[in-house]
Design a protein around this ligand. Structure first.
Ligand code: SF4
Ligand code: SF4
Length: 180
């Protein structure tokens, strides 16, 4: 079996110089003032969060780097990054942080801020539309295993109206164009 190619070389953040004039020093306070940001300043860049993260090896910006970028005020880079959306929300980083930084929850806050500014990757918007229209993210297909399990050959349809009604009241509904 072919081995998966791993990215080589240092991450972008270690190559590109930081432009001081583009830093937004209020960003740190913005995150810090949110319910999850209380311990943000306690981060001492130990990288334990990155060591715990199951997918950090494919991220340009590792979890500890994203936290450092927030502390530095790199608002545009953080809110425009794919990484905050690729996070699996497995909480491994947050569980292991010796400084009790709420890493996963801070990434949630970043996603909310990015969404308010319309910086949501098209694939995420597409998933939201699927949820709004079909009440589920992925279509369950008929499968030979259903017969083995004495289930009906076709997957019963969902009643999506309650899901639509709920989503229309949420920011997700508004984001994908189905809300009030
Ligand atoms: S584990 Fe905690 S203290 Fe260490 S780099 Fe990550 S956020 Fe900072
Ligand atoms: S919650 Fe996200 S950032 Fe934290 S370990 Fe899991 S995938 Fe990585």
């Amino acid at each position: 079996m072919a081995e998966t190619e791993e990215p080589t070389g240092p991450p972008d953040t270690l190559i590109d110089p930081i432009e001081m004039s583009k830093l937004d020093h209020k960003f740190r306070e913005e995150i810090h003032s949110m319910p999850n940001g209380e311990e943000l300043s306690a981060c001492f860049a130990c990288s334990t969060c990155t060591a715990a993260c199951p997918i950090a090896n494919i991220w340009n910006y590792k979890p500890h780097q994203l936290i450092r970028m927030i502390l530095l005020g790199m608002r545009d880079e953080v809110l425009s990054s794919n990484e905050i959306w690729l996070c699996l929300t497995c909480f491994q980083c947050q569980e292991r942080c010796p400084q009790k930084v709420r890493v996963t929850d801070i990434f949630f806050d970043c996603k909310n801020l990015a969404a308010e500014e319309g910086k949501v990757p098209p694939t995420i918007v597409g998933l939201g539309k699927e949820l709004l229209e079909k009440g589920q993210l992925y279509t369950v297909t008929a499968d030979w295993e259903r017969e083995d399990l004495n289930l009906e050959p076709e997957v019963p349809g969902l009643s999506v109206d309650p899901v639509k009604d709920i989503l229309k009241e949420t920011r997700t509904g508004r984001l994908v164009g189905g809300g009030k």
